[in-house]
Write a protein that binds this ligand. Structure first.
Ligand code: C2E
Ligand code: MG
Ligand code: MG
Ligand code: MG
Length: 282
């Protein structure tokens, strides 16, 4: 009986598996040309200080408008770029572009750049950071590299030494999506992260009074405070979520409530707006 069921499943499953592989193959084919065709762009999402609500940084988020496939979601193309190692050249473009664009912002505003394990374990990565800073003229303390817990799984020692080299330049390193991966306190003891980013799932849970989410956010904030690391609440969409995480002591907030990822020119216009308002008030 089990054999019959398995056989039946096999027949219906195979075509969709094949279609999936074929779609990936076509995406990969297009992605190999996307850089030279200029199909990538960075969008920037504001991160605000929880108390003052001033913009303290922007997170650079990669967007791909493919000639063949239209807009492709990062959830789809980033994993593929990682599997094919195309993330190494694409990530270098992201880093260089983000540093150049951040030079147009007020000098107290930082830029955060996401970096995959594949990039971090590439032997040239630290030199790419050095070069991106030198070419753009961006002050190193204005660059924050975001990594997830997963970068420590494959080769934790190599990841740590590359990140330490980057920190020695004066750059920050944030721990992204905290709590969703293979959380280990081991590397929190070894590494001076500038920021711990509390994943959106905990923010949502805390705001609806989920006891576990509340306890976890409270514990993460207390731990970050005593390790002298900052905290950012990710994915804050509502006033209620903002009030909750403020009460729990998160230092910074990011999410649709304050702004969606936007084109570079719109990010820049945000500062001009503030400047205009300040001029009007003066
Ligand atoms: P992430 O680094 O955790 O980025 C935050 C994601 O949450 C972004 O999705 C952002 O648009 C989304 N987000 C922000 N605020 C809210 C909110 O209030 N509600 C909801 N529902 N979502 C919110 P996005 O842009 O689709 O990026 C997804 C992931 O792709 C990123 O997660 C990051 O892991 C990866 N990624 C994006 N750009 C790059 C890149 O340049 N390099 C690498 N290696 N990875 C990248
Ligand atoms: Mg991120
Ligand atoms: Mg995140
Ligand atoms: Mg997240």
């Amino acid at each position: 009986r089990a054999k019959d069921e398995g056989g039946g499943q096999h027949c219906t499953y195979e075509p969709s598996l094949h279609a999936h592989a074929e779609e990936r193959r076509q995406l990969e084919f297009s992605m190999r040309r996307a850089l030279e065709r200029g199909e990538f762009a960075l969008h920037y999402q504001p991160v605000v200080d929880a108390a003052s609500e001033q913009v303290v940084s922007f997170e650079a988020l990669l967007r791909w408008n493919s000639a063949e496939h239209g807009f492709v979601s990062p959830a789809k193309f980033i994993p593929l770029a990682e599997d094919t190692r195309l993330i190494v050249p694409i990530g270098e473009w992201v880093l260089r572009t983000a540093c150049i664009e951040a030079c147009n912002w007020p000098s107290h505003v930082k830029v955060a750049v996401n970096v995959s394990g594949e990039q971090l374990l590439d032997p040239y990565f630290a030199e790419v950071v050095v070069s991106a800073l030198a070419q753009s003229g961006l002050a190193p303390h204005r660059l924050e590299i975001e990594v997830t817990e997963s970068v420590f799984v494959r080769d934790g020692t190599a990841a740590q030494s590359t990140l330490e080299r980057i920190m020695s330049l004066g750059c920050g390193v944030a721990l992204d999506d905290f709590g969703t991966g293979y959380s280990s306190l081991g590397y929190l003891r070894k590494m001076r992260f500038s920021t711990i980013k509390v994943d959106r799932s905990f923010v949502q849970g805390a705001a609806v009074n989920n006891a576990e989410s509340l306890a976890i956010v409270r514990a993460v904030v207390a731990m970050a405070d005593s390790l002298e690391m900052s905290t950012t609440a990710e994915g804050v969409e509502t006033e209620k979520e903002l009030e909750t995480i403020r009460r729990l002591g998160c230092k910074k907030v990011q999410g649709f409530f304050f702004g969606r990822p936007m084109a570079a020119k719109d990010a820049l216009a945000l500062f001009n707006q503030v400047a205009i308002r300040e001029r009007g008030a003066a």
